[in-house]
Design a protein around this ligand. Sequence first.
Ligand code: 5GP
Ligand code: ZN
Length: 112
Amino acid sequence: MTDCLFCKMAAGEIKPDVVYEDERLLGFRDIHPQAPLHVLIIPKRHVANLNDLEDSLLGGWMLQAAAKIAAQLGYAETGYRTVINCNDDGGQTVHHLHLHLLAGRPMTWPPG
Ligand code: 5GP
Ligand code: ZN
């Protein structure tokens, strides 16, 4: 998608602070971190949101990547949170599917 911020990152046109990459996914630090570790994991191909995720394997790979990144950066044992916001009520502001990985502080529940 030409006008999509995260597609531009996946294509290398905009360079975020990358912590993970494989053939399908990119993981990079959020520009406004909500925890000491705040990474966004995106599919390289454009999927607007969770409603449009037809490839169930892709969802599994995104979750596995989150666990790998958390382990590599030392948060597997202390713990972490993964979040996917979908559309307006879910709080989605960038309309390219992304999984938030948050760690490094105790999380509260319920979320805001
Ligand atoms: P959403 O609210 O859609 O679930 O999450 C979008 C996330 O993208 C937000 O946490 C926001 O801080 C992050 N974000 C927006 N623009 C940029 C950017 O240019 N670079 C990076 N690294 N993150 C961004
Ligand atoms: Zn996109």
